[in-house]
Design a protein around this ligand. Structure first.
Ligand code: NAD
Ligand code: MG
Length: 396
């Protein structure tokens, strides 16, 4: 091939999305070259990835672990340069040599480097939905201002992107879009008796029936906060109001989302539930490449079911719609409280059913904070976390 290889930074390389991204990249060495990899502190995994992909840089959030990795890679004869700390994440996202940034850090920590990539006008593959929940307006302005190309990795938003016209400009009216329908598997507790939810463990909550994912997003899927965050994400990505975004529970996870047009047409994207499909789609866009995902067998699937979401079972979904409608700092507060509550649940400190209670109480106590800059948003995030921790403490 004559075209130069795409030089890629993978933020969150050791995670579920990061490893799937490297799996797709490894299938196409003639197209892709890894410029930099990052992780928070998973040294063994990052060490192995550095030997395999020989990036120019490896960044660890934890500086002490960075020192150890530098020594190990040096002993192994690797030329990869190791950096440590959050500022280095922004450097590898915005570096002049980089074409494409996979933003796959989990949580609010992923916002600054994803925003740096957008401001530097990169092709940004966005898995880190929390970045848009926290700072959707600023993020989309940065993308437009710098002429960045934003491609959604979240399977639902990638599906919607594929079902929208190629020249879609975030104006549903112009494109004739009536509604965006986001599908949701319903997670592991879709049919569990409500009273049984009191005692569920982190292991049960993370045992997702259809997707293998990181622990935080797995718990979000169980509570359906994941779908709530995705409603907010869809609002910013596609310019659709909360009223025009509908959640459809679809346990088979074969239809990844749909767009309903004013003429009655409904376009959907289908596929096996494997994140390598949206990742390969975005990496190669507007071309198509092999992702390693096996072909969909409709005869094996045989049927597709749809249900309305049960807001009593999934109060987090209603909280997220409410935060989107309130606007201001509410989505950032929702996200911060959710991250704290999920971490406390995973730590066995907070009962599962208290997660929405902590978020609701935090939303009530933290309001009217300014969110007109990244600094203000991150300050709101810090303040909301402090309140959420106090709420968690009361409920342990
Ligand atoms: P994960 O927990 O498996 O991986 C997270 C990655 O981020 C790891 O490499 C970790 O080292 C790094 N990281 C964690 N905290 C960090 C910090 N404070 N600073 C720097 N790096 C940090 O998570 P995941 O499941 O791969 O999800 C990543 C993102 O993609 C999330 O925002 C999630 O919502 C989104 N997403 C994931 C999936 C999925 O199938 N896993 C699907 C759609 C969207
Ligand atoms: Mg999703």
């Amino acid at each position: 091939m004559n075209t130069p290889r795409q030089r890629i930074t993978v933020l969150g390389a050791t995670g579920s999305i990061g490893t799937s991204t490297l799996d797709v990249i490894a299938r196409h060495p003639e197209r892709f070259e890894v410029f930099a990899l990052s992780a928070q502190r998973q040294m063994d995994a990052l060490f192995a990835q550095c030997l395999r992909f020989a990036p120019r840089y490896a960044v660890l959030g934890d500086e002490a672990v960075a020192l150890q990795l530098r020594q190990r890679l040096g002993e192994a004869g690797s030329a990869t340069e190791v950096l440590g700390g959050a500022a280095a994440l922004e450097d590898i996202a915005a570096a002049g040599e980089v074409d494409t940034v996979m933003a796959a850090i989990v949580g609010a920590a992923g916002l600054p480097p994803a925003l740096a990539a957008a401001r530097a006008g990169k092709k940004v593959l966005l898995a880190n939905k929390e970045a848009l929940v926290l700072a959707g307006g600023l993020f989309m302005d940065a993308v437009a201002g710098a002429g960045a190309l934003l491609l959604p990795i979240d399977s639902e938003h990638n599906a919607v992107f594929q079902a929208l016209p190629a020249d879609y400009r975030r104006d549903p009216a112009v494109a004739g879009v009536r509604r965006v329908l986001l599908t949701a598997s319903g997670g592991p507790f879709r049919t569990r008796a409500l009273h049984e939810l009191d005692g569920v463990t982190p292991e049960q909550a993370c045992a997702h029936p259809k997707w293998v994912m990181g622990r935080k997003i797995s718990v979000d899927s169980a509570t359906m906060m994941n779908k709530g965050l995705e409603v907010i994400e869809a609002h910013w990505l596609f310019g659709v109001d909360a009223d025009a975004i509908e959640v459809v529970v679809h346990p088979q996870s074969v239809i990844h989302s749909l767009v309903d047009y004013v003429d009655g047409s409904v376009l959907a994207q289908l596929g096996n539930p494997d994140m390598r499909t949206p990742i390969a789609h975005a990496l190669a866009w507007p071309q198509r490449i092999d992702s390693g995902v096996r072909a969909l067998d409709l005869f094996e699937i045989a049927r597709l079911d749809f249900e309305r979401p049960d807001y009593q079972r999934f109060p987090c979904l209603a909280l997220a719609y409410g935060a989107l409608r309130s606007g201001g700092c509410a989505p950032a507060v929702l996200n911060a409280a959710n991250e704290e509550a999920v971490a406390a649940f995973l730590d066995h400190g907070l009962p599962y059913r208290q997660i929405p209670a902590v978020i609701a109480a935090t939303l009530e106590r933290v309001c009217d904070l300014p969110v007109d800059s990244v600094e203000a948003i991150l300050a709101a995030d810090v303040q909301a976390r402090a309140v959420a921790r106090a709420e968690i403490h009361k409920r342990r």
